[in-house]
Design a protein around this ligand. Structure first.
Ligand SMILES: Cc1cc2nc3c(=O)[nH]c(=O)nc-3n(C[C@H](O)[C@H](O)[C@H](O)COP(=O)(O)OP(=O)(O)OC[C@H]3O[C@@H](n4cnc5c(N)ncnc54)[C@H](O)[C@@H]3O)c2cc1C
Length: 355
């Protein structure tokens, strides 16, 4: 069968696009994972921008997706200047595996969803593209007029079609789920240039604590991660047994030139395009927003998709530009030191007798 649109990757970007265009077009949605179990290595926090996108998409979260506790405080720790500050910010704390399954459950029944199916190759033909797919029962070949790369940070679509350069900075995010006491219901962000020029975090997740770091790949990642845990102990964290260890690539677009929306007949959405905040690594709002923008473009027709999507996504490029500037301030050790010292917009935590 020939498809109008083949979407590679059923993460938040791909599943959302399939939901939005699946009733209008013949859509193939291909996902290499089976989407069972814990899900993508992720903090699983829905930041205010992502909450805003869910509201624009007319969605409400089911209870099954939530994890405890809901978070209202960010604790920022600057290790070299030995200072910490607290900020009010509301995150929805959720289970990333459940979240992806929920998004997929809303894809219309007419969409051909193939889980456990990996894109191996994509070649341009006269009228569209030929896709070579590998699943458990062997290799399949399909054709589609438009190909959408929604295949995340390591996007094969982006790499395979010469859309790699200029590439955003790439980090290896390492995350451990450890037993910890539940007395710190904060999202902590830790800045320590000896570990990374980006940042590290802790997020309470039900009875566990997710401890993560965005690290330069292939540069003593194991050693740096252990150093992070040891630093955190100095800041009062107590860790028990490590229950799970995981990793994922993470992009950091430093200029708008690092974002690639696609080329003739091919569109990239979500992190595959480089849509992710370079200051906070928040990517879910961008996945939803870029999927929605491309859906509007596809609804207007299948001709000239790439240039129309590029134009439509101009506001998102501006957003990346602003976040890039913010990132230069926040990650500049001297400027951060001043911000932390002044305590702008920070607050005190009052715990009464318990602290
Ligand atoms: C450790 C970590 C923590 C993060 N925490 C947060 C957070 O708390 N909040 C937030 O907003 N953002 C967070 N992010 C960023 C966020 O996870 C991503 O930006 C978001 O998942 C992007 O969605 P996506 O659909 O574009 O890509 P993905 O979610 O990466 O989905 C891509 C999908 O494509 C599939 N795929 C890949 N290659 C192929 C192939 N060849 N064939 C078929 N399928 C393929 C993958 O299996 C995957 O399911 C975090 C990222 C990391 C690494």
């Amino acid at each position: 069968m020939s498809y109008d649109v083949a979407i590679i990757g059923a993460g938040p970007a791909g599943a959302t696009l399939a939901r939005l265009v699946g009733q209008r077009y013949r859509v193939l949605l291909v996902e290499k994972r089976t989407l069972e179990g814990p899900g993508k290595c992720c903090g699983g926090l829905l930041a205010p921008d992502a909450q805003g996108m869910l509201s624009q998409l007319g969605l409400g979260l089911p209870k099954s997706v939530l994890q405890e506790p809901q978070l209202f405080v960010v604790r920022a720790i600057d290790v070299p200047c030995r200072r910490e500050r607290y900020y009010q910010r509301h995150y929805i704390n959720m289970d990333r595996g459940q979240f992806d399954r929920w998004l997929l459950s809303m894809v219309p029944s007419g969409v051909d969803v193939r889980l456990g199916c990996r894109l191996r190759a994509c070649t341009r033909e006269k009228e569209g593209f030929q896709l070579v797919l590998r699943q458990q029962d062997g290799q399949r070949v399909e054709t589609a007029r438009i190909v959408v790369g929604a295949d995340g940070a390591g996007s094969k679509v982006r790499r395979g079609l010469g859309l790699q350069r200029p590439a955003p900075r790439m980090y290896l995010a390492v995350q451990e789920w450890v037993e910890a006491d539940a007395s710190m219901p904060y999202f902590s962000s830790i800045f320590d240039p000896e570990i990374t020029d980006y940042y590290c975090w802790t997020i309470p997740k039900d009875h566990l604590l997710a401890v993560g770091a965005a690290l330069a790949p292939r540069d003593r990642t194991r050693e740096r991660f252990e150093r992070l845990k040891s630093r955190l102990r100095d800041w009062g964290f107590r860790f028990g047994r490590t229950v799970r260890r995981e990793g994922a690539l993470l992009l950091r677009p430093e200029t708008v030139g690092h974002v690639s929306t696609g080329t003739a007949g091919i569109a990239l959405i979500g992190e595959a395009a480089g849509w992710i905040s370079p200051s906070s690594a928040e990517g879910l709002s961008y996945a939803f927003r870029s999927a929605r923008m491309l859906a509007e473009v596809l609804h207007a027709g299948l001709d000239d998709v790439a240039p129309r999507y590029h134009r439509t996504s101009q506001p998102l490029r501006r957003n990346i530009l602003v976040k890039g500037l913010k990132s230069r301030v926040v990650f500049h050790p001297g400027l951060r030191r001043i911000i932390m010292r002044l305590g702008l917009q920070s607050m005190d935590i009052y715990g009464g007798d318990e602290r």
